[in-house]
Structure formats: C-alpha cells, structure tokens
Ligand binder design. Structure first.
Ligand SMILES: Cc1cc2nc3c(=O)[nH]c(=O)nc-3n(C[C@H](O)[C@H](O)[C@H](O)COP(=O)(O)OP(=O)(O)OC[C@H]3O[C@@H](n4cnc5c(N)ncnc54)[C@H](O)[C@@H]3O)c2cc1C
Ligand SMILES: Cc1cc2nc3c(=O)[nH]c(=O)nc-3n(C[C@H](O)[C@H](O)[C@H](O)COP(=O)(O)O)c2cc1C
Length: 783
C-alpha cells in the first residue's frame, strides 16, 4: 500500500504513525513544506481524556509526550483586581515544537519517510497512491482546490487575536480580563514547559483599532501587550514567533472525502482556541482514520466509515467551541457583573461545566457565587440569608408587586383539550397539580382572544362568561392551595390558526370545521396551508379590542400576571418577522414599522391591566432562517417593549417559518436570553431543553436569565421544583399540608442520596495527571 500525507503538523504526523503501525509494509511519506524544526507557535494543550487516548493508540509517543509536559489542575480567572481559582480541570501543556519533534522521531523510527521543504502544489504526483491524506492546515490548498466538492463554510469571527509567548511561569490555566483606556483585552495563558508559557491575546475589533494595533509591527504589538499585562508579567517579556493579529476562521466542510483523498485536522474543521481543542481534534482525527482503515475492507469503505463515524464528535466539539467563542466576543455584556459571578460565567460558558459539577470540585467558589447572588436579591429588599444562602433557583424575585417564591416556572403549553375555548376538569387538574408541585410561577397555555383567534379547536379562550368562570375556578384553586403565582398568556393564532390538534398533525390545516385566518400579509405557513387575509385597520382595531376585553376578563379571574404572545409565528409574531410581514404601509418595512401593531396591542393591554401587576412579552429571538429575526433584532425588540413598560421578556425562538433550521441542544435558547438580558438590560425568562435543576442554577448564577421556564419536563413531573428543593435542601419551599409527609421523606432521603451521589462521583473520577504528579513528587514527611 502507498500512502501520501500532505502536511507534517499533528494530524499528518500522527496519522503516519498510526497507519504505519497498522500496515508496516506500506510505503508512507509525509510531505511538509517547512524545515523539520521550523515550528511556529508556542504551546498546545490536551485534556487528560485525550492523553488517555494517546496512551491507548501509541504508548511510545505518549510516554515521550508526557515526559515533556507541564500539568495543571486549576483554572484562574483574573478580573477587576480579583482572582478566582477552580480546581479539578486536569490539563497538560506541551510545546508545539517538542510535540512535532517527538512525532517526527517516532514516525521515522517506524519507517515513515519524512520529506521536509516539500511544498506540494499538485496532488497529481500521487496518482499511484492508494490513499492521500490532506493535513495541510487551516488554509488548506487542497480543500480550496476542490472547494465545489468539499463545500467548506468559513465563518471569519469578529474578534482579533494573536498567539504569543512569555517566560512568566504559571501554575494554572489563566484568563486575564483587562480593562484598558481603549476597551477590554483578554489573555488566555498557560505554561507548556519550564519557563515558557503560551499567551493568546484577544480583543474586539473596535478596541483593536482604538489601541492602534493595526499600525504596529509584531515587536511593537508585543510591547503594547507587555504594557497592558505588565502588572501580571512581573518583568517577564512577551515573546513572538510569527505572532500576527488575525480573525479566527471557524471552518466546517460539508464533505471530508473525495475519491481516495481525505481531509484531516484544521483542513476540514476548526475549533476556537478558547477551548484548546485544535491539536486534540487533529490527532483524534488521525485515530479515527486509523480505526476506520483497520476495520473496513477497502480504502473507499474506510474513508466513508471515517467520515460517518467521526462527524458527530467533531461537530459536538465545534459547537462547544462556538458557544465559548461567542462568550468571549461578547464579554462586554458581563463587564459590570460582580467578579465572582463573572468568573462563574467564564467557567460555565461552554455548557460542559455546571453549578453542581463545580459544587463538587470547588465548593467554596460556589458558596461565594451563591452569596453574591443572595446579596443582589437582598439589595432588592428581600430578607434572605446571605451567609448561608439558598441556591439561586430558590431565591425570590419581585416583578412590580408580584413576588415569586422561587425562579422555576411552568412554561406555557397548549393542552388542546378545551371545548369551545372553555378549560375543563383536565385543565383544573393539570394547572392545579403543577401549582402544588412547587414552581414559583405557572403560565397558562396560549389563551385565545376570540373564537377565530384559536390555533386549534382544542385551544382555550377568554372571550365569554363561561370561559371566564372556568378560568376563575383554576386561578382560585392555585391561590387557595399553593404559593404559586399564575400568569395568563394571551394570543392570536394568525396564519397558524384553524389547524389540527397537536396529536393529529401540528400546524396542519383542518380538513373540516375550520375558519378564515388573518395575518400581517397573505403568506401561508405551509404551501398548502390556508392563505391568510391581510389585516386592514378595521381588523386591527377589532382584534385589539378583543385583546383588551380578554385582559379585563383575566383581571376579573384574578390572574397575577399577563403575557402577550408575540412569538412562534402567531399573529403578532407574523407582524414582527420580515419573513412573514411584506406590508408596505406603516405596519411593515423596518423593524420599527413591523413592531408598531404588536406595541399598540401591548400598550392597550398595559393601560387596561392593573398597574401593580406585571406584564411580560414572549418573543422569538431568532427565526433560525436567512433574512429573518436575529439575536441583535431581539435586543431592539426587547428595548422597544421595555420602553412600553414590559417587566420581563420571555425569550423563545423560531416556529416562524416551516423550513427554519434551528440548532437544538441542551439549553439551546439560553444564549438569546443572555443577549437580551445583558444587552437590552431587561429581566428575562429563558426556556428550551432545560431539563435539570443543575442547569436552572447554572443559568441563574451566571446571570443569563432571571427566571427559568421548563415545558416538557413539567408535563411528566409536576413536582420538579419540590424534588429540586429537596436536593438543594431548600426547606422553605411551599408544600400543601396534605403532602407534608411526602416532603419530609424526600428531604430526609435527599441528604443521603446526595451524599451517595457525590461519593460515587468522586470515587469514579480518576486522578488527574496533575494530582498523580503532585503525589509522586511530594517530599516524604521528615521523621
Ligand atoms: C492562536 C492559536 C492557538 C491555539 N492554541 C491551541 C491550543 O492551546 N491547544 C491546541 O490543541 N491547539 C491549539 N491551536 C490549534 C492548533 O495549532 C491546530 O489546530 C493544530 O495544529 C491543527 O493540526 P493540523 O495538523 O491539522 O494543522 P497544522 O498544525 O496547521 O499543520 C499543517 C501543516 O501542513 C503544512 N502544509 C500546508 N500546506 C502544505 C503544502 N502545500 N505542502 C506541504 N506542507 C504543507 C504546514 O506547513 C503545516 O506544518 C491553536 C491555534 C491557534 C491559531
Ligand atoms: C405541548 C406543548 C404545547 C405548547 N404550547 C405553547 C403555548 O401555548 N404557548 C407558548 O408560548 N409556548 C408553547 N409551547 C412551547 C413551550 O412553552 C416551551 O417554550 C417549549 O416547549 C420549549 O421548552 P421545553 O424544552 O422545556 O419543553 C408548547 C410546548 C409544548 C411541548
């Protein structure tokens, strides 16, 4: 077998090693345009988990790599004169040069031919090769040569960064967030060998310009960094090595394989440096390729296997890297945060590290985070314990004169079970049991303001006396038997009206018994949906009056709060999104025009709704579709509603157009809540695939939302909040007297369950290399 490898970086060299071990008879050649020890850059990092993989696949190179490594366990966050350290992170650093020399030596030992100063211009010279590995890095010539086939997507990020070094010793992965006269600078720094550390500097494009970095050469810009971070460097210099400022390109390729050519490492996909995974991905690609070559009968089958098997893992890492880079790009959002809350945000930014997880490894840090949170609550006039505070989920919140006992919310969910808009016994039991389960706030399902405003024939409404009486019975039950508050969500289905019950076909038009639907513009939802009638002024006035009348009935029922539904493609959302609003009058065009009617309704409701009771608005903060609403628009929408008197923005996303492309995942809508809350400076509620109380606390403690709503988890577990209260020992959670024995039992058992869980977790966690090294080098106690 003949294998040609273009590029002698970590991906190229490691794949040469693994493939040669597998096929000792194969003729394997690596072509590298640079000289053997011509290495640019400073250090690279690997997690313990990655090193375990290296140990398994090639013990000799693993041993040499680990001999050269610097280990650390802590992450340190420097911000506004404070430092917070969190242990248990298990990372290793190594010089990129040392890594490449080790891999070169190992490859040679195995019989791989290494051709340096061989700049490959045309892969035609490898026509007789069985396999051509393209590992030519981020600016891959061969990926670009076959751009139409590989279809790479290159997202050039806005922040500027430069990779530099220093002799400053470091005993932790160090993030420094530095205010300067030009704006914020960030240093990501770690030691990779004795007396050498990597320093990646990052800043936003405006600060970059203001700091005059565009006009400075490499040496001058290093001097500027040394001035900015001089207080920390303690006289150590900043070193350079082709340390040019650049924008990070986030690269994803649609295909990784062409005939017998395969893309590996940065050539196929990149991951932002803030999660330190570039070299890991490159070397794990080599592992995946070797595995595929081992298992498949032909090279073609192996390449197919490699691409299919590896893609999900790479995309998961890229997603975590994306989330992390966005956090760094928007660091100014958190600049006014309490430093400990800021540090908590840094730690939890990429979702892998959570509140509970940090409680296990850095309990003092989490206690400090809890105290800072409790202090903020106390500053709002609540008499909460600041010394031994409850977890954020169990801290109260006030909106106007409504006080919520905790931050867990039952999200609005249609039950499609009303008759002519009248909620029945099902609804009483449904809402009643969730109130008894301990949530601080319960939302009703979208309750429609008129018969023709319904989504389906099963939707609840509030346009007649019978409906009002039924809702009053539910509200009274909640108030008489629980501490929960209840919010009425009012909406109009617009073009998504006259559709089937969820279980008969979501958003599909009714075949019989339907009614005429209206919208901002005559654009149907599905191509075969009913074409809505474009609303004229008379229709706008009529529907506005329906909203006001429903709100007045809501007040008569005793609801504590009112939400206006402006999300998910229903009537008011269809005005806001440019994808569904094609009007040329004052209610279309710019965002200001598209918001005019929803704001008119909001203002009418705000006047009709008692001034001591709060109001929220639910928005779709992105349409997940080209040309639609984006997070930046959501900030402007939130500001407009805040000026009109909204107390809370309920941040949802999508459902505007049938062919949207949402990116799902754990807590997938939380970044939008974060953006709206911390840019528009308005209270938010987030929602969307949040399934554990650990996630609820992570979101609240990091200041990404003020309330957290859970929909589907509450469908199967009305007692979600009670269980969480037991886990976090939040004794004060309300429990109806009838259920007290159950509460006592779960609180008692939870102490033991939690202890067992934590012990198990600690036992199951292998010692980090940093811990093992510390143990091995610990001096023996003097006798
Ligand atoms: C600022 C910064 C910080 C980073 N920090 C980290 C970190 O902390 N941890 C980490 O793991 N990763 C980090 N990385 C990422 C890491 O450097 C890369 O992801 C990794 O090196 C990718 O390996 P690769 O083999 O795919 O590509 P590369 O290492 O780029 O290797 C490609 C090789 O191909 C050669 N080549 C290119 N074209 C040709 C040609 N036509 N003919 C012959 N040879 C060619 C190049 O000279 C190069 O040697 C960082 C990257 C940057 C930019
Ligand atoms: C069965 C069901 C019905 C829903 N009905 C409504 C509704 O009436 N109004 C609304 O704003 N959102 C509605 N939603 C969306 C939820 O409020 C929530 O935003 C969504 O389910 C995501 O949260 P989750 O992942 O916690 O379920 C509904 C969701 C479900 C599952």
């Amino acid at each position: 077998m003949k294998i040609a490898i273009i590029g002698g970086g970590p991906a190229g060299l490691y794949s040469a090693i693994l493939l040669k071990k597998q096929h000792p008879e194969a003729e394997i050649t690596v072509y590298e345009r640079n000289r053997a020890d011509d290495t640019f850059g400073f250090g690279v990092v690997f997690s313990d988990a990655t090193l375990d993989n290296f140990e398994k696949y090639d013990p000799p190179s693993y041993r040499r790599i680990t001999q050269e490594f610097a280990y650390w366990d802590d992450i340190a966050v420097y911000f506004r004169g404070t430092v917070h350290r969190v242990g248990g992170n298990g990372f290793c650093g190594c010089s990129r040069r040392a890594l490449l020399l080790i891999l070169q030596e190992r490859a040679r030992e195995l019989g791989v031919t290494l051709n340096f100063e061989a700049d490959i211009e045309d892969e035609a010279r490898f026509a007789d090769a069985d396999l051509v590995v393209i590992a030519d890095g981020i600016n891959s010539r061969f990926r670009d040569k076959y751009i139409a086939h590989f279809e790479p997507e290159v997202d050039l990020r806005s922040n500027m960064f430069a990779w530099m070094g220093s002799t400053r010793p470091l005993d932790a992965f160090t993030f420094i967030f530095q205010e300067t006269e030009w704006g914020p600078f960030i240093a990501h720094a770690y030691q990779y060998e004795a007396g050498r550390s990597t320093w990646i500097f990052e800043t936003d494009p405006d600060t970059f310009k203001r700091a005059g970095l565009a006009g400075l050469n490499e040496k001058q810009s290093a001097e500027r960094m040394a001035e900015i971070f001089g207080w920390f460097l303690q006289g150590h210099p900043i070193l350079t090595n082709r340390s040019m400022w650049r924008n990070f390109p986030m690269i994803r390729s649609k295909r990784w394989v062409k005939d017998n050519m395969v893309l590996l490492g940065d050539a196929k996909a990149t991951a932002h440096f803030s999660i330190g995974s570039g070299t890991k991905l490159a070397m794990e690609d080599a592992i995946a390729l070797a595995d595929a070559m081992q298992q498949a009968p032909t090279v073609a089958a192996a390449l197919e296997h490699y691409e299919q098997g590896r893609r999900e893992e790479v995309e998961k890492t890229q997603h975590a890297a994306d989330v992390s880079l966005v956090w760094f790009e928007h660091v100014d959002r958190f600049w006014n945060f309490d430093p400990v809350q800021f540090a908590f945000g840094v730690m939890t930014r990429a979702k892998a590290i959570t509140y509970d997880n940090l409680t296990l490894r850095a309990p003092d840090f989490v206690r400090e985070v809890d105290r800072a949170f409790a202090k903020q609550v106390r500053a709002k006039g609540f008499d909460v314990d600041v010394e031994k505070p409850l977890a954020p989920m169990f801290q109260p919140l006030r909106l106007r004169e409504m006080t919520l006992a905790n931050r867990a919310v039952v999200s609005p969910m249609c039950m499609y079970s009303a008759r002519e808009g009248v909620p029945g016994d099902f609804h009483l039991v449904h809402y009643g049991s969730r109130a008894l389960g301990g949530a601080g706030l319960i939302f009703t399902e979208m309750t429609c303001v008129g018969r023709d405003a319904r989504i389906t024939p099963g939707c609840t409404g509030l346009w007649n006396d019978e409906q009002e009486a039924s809702w009053r019975r539910i509200v009274d039950f909640v108030h008489d038997n629980s501490a929960a508050k209840i919010c009425l969500q009012l909406g109009h289905a617009g073009r998504k009206g006259a559709t089937k019950l969820m279980w008969d076909g979501m958003d599909r038009p009714l075949e019989q018994g339907g009614w005429d639907v209206v919208s901002a513009s005559p654009v149907p939802y599905f191509p075969d949906s009913q074409v809505p009638r474009e609303m004229d002024r008379a229709a706008m006035d009529r529907i506005k009056a329906e909203f006001v009348a429903a709100a007045e009935r809501g007040e008569a029922c005793g609801f504590d709060m009112l939400e206006l539904h402006c999300a998910h493609g229903y009537l008011l959302a269809s005005f806001i999104s440019p994808l569904t609003n094609q009007r040329t009058d004052a209610y279309g065009g710019s965002l200001e025009g598209r918001l005019r009617y929803p704001l008119e309704i909001f203002e009418a409701l705000r006047s009709a709704w008692p001034s001591h009771k709060p109001m929220s608005v639910r928005i779709s903060a992105t349409d997940w579709a080209d040309g639609g609403i984006t997070g930046d628009d959501a900030v402007r929408i939130a500001r407009a509603f805040a000026e009109a008197g909204v107390d809370l923005v309920d941040v949802s996303t999508g459902q505007t157009v049938h062919d949207s492309q949402p990116v799902y995942g754990r807590m997938f809508q939380t970044p939008f809540s974060d953006q709206v809350r911390n840019e528009a400076r308005v209270a938010t509620m987030c929602v969307g695939n949040i399934t554990t109380s650990d996630q609820v606390n992570t979101i609240l403690a990091a200041g990404r939302a003020d309330l957290v709503a859970l929909g589907r988890p509450h469908l199967v577990d009305p007692g979600f909040t009670m269980k969480a209260a037991a886990w976090y020992a939040a004794e004060g959670v309300f429990c109806p007297p009838q259920y007290l024995p159950g509460k006592e039992q779960i609180f008692r058992n939870s102490v033991r369950d939690r202890q067992e869980f934590e012990e198990l977790k600690i036992k199951a966690k292998p010692k980090t290399r940093a811990e093992l090294k510390a143990e091995a080098t610990k001096p023996l106690a003097a006798e």
